[in-house]
Design a protein around this ligand. Structure first.
Ligand code: ZN
Length: 81
C-alpha cells in the first residue's frame, strides 16, 4: 500500500515503518494550524511557530533569495523553539 505521509512543515516522511515516526507525524498533524505561508502566500497547515511551508523553507535553506523580506527569523524548519 502506497500511503504517503506529507505535511507542510517537513514535506514527505520516510521510514514510516517505524511507529515512532508515525506517531511524530500524527502529533505534528494534530498540532498544526492553518496559516498563510510568508513565502508563497498559500494557506498551509504548519506548526504555530513556523512562518514558512516546507518548500519555502527549502528554498531559503538553499539560499535562493526568492523571499527576502527578512523581517524576522521565524520559519526556519529546523525544530528550534
Ligand atoms: Zn510557502
Amino acid at each position: 500500500m502506497a500511503r504517503s505521509y506529507y505535511d507542510d512543515n517537513f514535506g514527505h516522511y520516510d521510514d514510516m515503518d517505524d511507529p515512532d515516526n508515525v506517531e511524530f507525524y500524527r502529533e505534528t498533524q494534530r498540532t498544526n494550524v492553518r496559516k498563510k505561508c510568508q513565502g508563497c502566500k498559500r494557506m498551509v497547515s504548519i506548526q504555530p511557530r513556523y512562518a514558512y511551508c516546507n518548500s519555502c523553507a527549502d528554498k531559503r535553506e538553499r539560499g535562493d533569495d526568492l523571499y527576502c523580506d527578512d523581517g524576522d527569523d521565524q520559519g526556519e524548519n529546523d525544530g528550534e523553539e
